[in-house]
Ligand binder design. Structure first.
Ligand code: FRU
Length: 539
């Protein structure tokens, strides 16, 4: 039996690896195969082999240009902050299993937000509870008094979730705590005065996002409390004063509000700025489960106001949740990273060593279209350097034309084109007949992403049961760009440079190896179709 199971796992590895483009990716599993046979299926060796595979990031479905933890469960990005040449990515992490469990802050660092180095766990649960989501700031002026020997403190502000309190049926089990690091994130000390904000009986009271507000010369915290956001201010990150509430009667309320973020953004091509409040919501997203809405408005140092009644959505796919932005980015850019999953099925996805990945880092901006402010999110420029080599370029389709391109190993590519046609269909297929479809329908002003037969979908009822809709009514009338980032278990679609975005997980069991592009309109054209291989960030 054992021999059989080893053989079948070898075959699995081989089948997948043979479909990949780089020989490098074939050599590793073959080496492992020889090792396995030579060691007569020794259990210890098998474990070592698994470990090796996970370090090389070559397992089935493993993203190649998105961040994923080396192993075990991950959810929200936390504590996104730049300090002293390093971008930090902390994240909700459970080191003992690939399903959600007692939360820690995992940690990775980067010079460019594209390539990541894994670091030891930053924050462990303590007597106040598990470590839920939150943010981090650079306390340049040592307002907290945590500095020693001239080292600038990094301060993390997070939610404590006291399991015992929840289990006892109390409502005050979420409080806010802080911790600091004097070695740029390597080691952390919890503040002895924790929690810094107690709970007066609000069941969902979490996910503090803190930033320095220049005008009022104070720290401002946005926090969520079930169906609304709350704002607080502080001079020292330890003592917090309640300021105001926002949102009980505005936006979407299909589920609990989570992971707020508040920041100011310039409006493209003007001197104008507006404030943006991001709120994740679960459930209640346009295509089901978890999603991220935003509000455009004003913040006067105390109160956020917006005359927006209806929700606007940062992403219409089902897999961009709990996203927040970096503090302290050197050139002032606003960079967003989201968790590429959905609470509907996050625990069920068919990976074995790790669970879930982050979106690519995306630069946020505001665009005014027909007198309406729209939040634009688009991959960081640094990602362009990973698009190499060019596999296909300069394909043009006139009215009613269609084209089939056979390209081996499409699962790690970027597809781009300009189009004046608003009626088209793109299909990515593999030899098993699994296919992913993206279509645009101008009559109904819709884009549709169909993953219903894109690969493995039956691990959970909701995952592959419907097409995902994105209403599109504010597109440029001349040519606009469609850009698709395809990794081994995700697809990100950016329309008109990030004005409309969809992010979905997919689990094709073999790489897609053909693409069919159809221009369904008579008059207009699809231009400059380009397909580029994306270089792995892990090899
Ligand atoms: C969002 C969330 C947060 C919470 C964390 C717990 O996905 O539910 O509100 O802090 O996950 O892991």
């Amino acid at each position: 039996m054992r021999v059989l199971s080893v053989f079948s796992s070898i075959m699995r590895i081989l089948r997948i690896e043979f479909n990949q483009l780089q020989m490098k990716r074939i050599i590793a599993p073959i080496t492992l195969l020889v090792l396995l046979i030579a060691c007569n299926n020794n259990q210890k060796k098998k474990e070592e082999t698994q470990q090796l595979t996970s370090q090389q990031y070559l397992e089935p479905y493993r993203p190649q240009f998105h961040f994923s933890p080396q192993e075990k469960w991950m959810n929200d990005p936390n504590g996104l902050v730049f300090h002293d040449g390093i971008y930090h990515l902390f994240y909700q992490y459970y080191p003992d299993d690939i399903v959600w469990g007692p939360m820690h802050w995992g940690h990775a660092t980067s010079n460019d937000m594209i390539h990541w180095e894994h670091k030891p766990i930053a924050l462990y649960p303590d007597e106040h509870g598990l470590i839920f989501s939150g943010s981090a700031v650079v306390d340049k002026n040592n307002t907290s008094g945590f500095a020693k020997n001239g080292e600038i403190p990094l301060v993390a502000i997070y939610t404590y979730h006291l399991m015992e309190g929840e289990q006892a049926g109390r409502k005050d089990f979420q409080t806010q705590g802080i911790a600091y690091s004097l070695d740029n994130g390597d080691t952390w000390t919890k503040y002895e005065g924790n929690p810094v904000i107690g709970n007066t009986g609000i069941k969902d009271f979490r996910d503090p996002k803190v930033f320095w507000h220049d005008e009022s010369e104070r720290w401002i915290m946005a926090l969520v409390a079930g169906d609304h956001a709350k704002f607080y201010s502080s001079e020292n990150l330890k003592d917090w004063t309640y300021l105001s509430d926002f949102g009980k009667y505005q936006g979407a309320h299909g589920g609990v509000w989570e992971c707020p973020d508040l920041f100011q953004l310039p409006v493209e091509g003007t001197d104008e700025t507006q404030w943006v409040l991001i709120i994740s919501i679960n459930p209640g997203a346009p295509n089901g489960g978890s999603g991220t809405q935003y509000f455009i408005g004003e913040f006067d140092g105390k109160r956020f106001t917006s005359n927006q009644k209806e929700p606007k959505w940062l992403d219409y796919g089902t897999d961009n949740y709990a996203g927040v932005t970096y503090n302290n980015v050197p050139d002032g850019d606003r960079v967003f990273i989201g968790w590429m999953s959905n609470w509907d099925y996050a625990r069920d996805t068919p990976t074995e060593v790790w669970r879930s990945a982050m979106t690519v880092p995306r630069k946020l901006s505001l665009r005014k279209v027909d007198d309406e402010y729209m939040l634009v999110n688009y991959p960081l420029e640094e990602l362009d350097a990973k698009a190499f080599p060019v596999l296909v370029s300069d394909i043009n389709l006139d009215g009613k034309e269609s084209r089939t391109l056979d390209i081996e190993g499409m699962n790690q590519t970027q597809i781009k084109f300009k189009t004046t046609s608003k009626d088209f269909k793109l299909q990515l297929k593999n030899n098993l007949g699994e296919h992913l479809e993206l279509s645009m329908d101008s009559r109904n002003q819709l884009m549709l992403l169909d993953r219903m037969e894109s690969g493995k979908v039956n691990f959970q009822a909701e995952f592959g049961n419907k097409k995902h809709h994105m209403p599109i009514d504010k597109l440029a009338n001349d040519a606009f760009e469609v850009r698709i980032l395809l990794d081994w278990s995700s697809v990100e679609v950016f329309v008109d440079s990030g004005l409309y975005v969809m992010t979905d997980q997919i689990f094709p069991t073999q790489p897609y190896n053909s693409i069919i592009i159809e221009n369904l309109d008579e008059e207009t054209a699809i231009q400059n179709v380009t397909i580029e291989q994306m270089v792995s960030i892990w090899q």
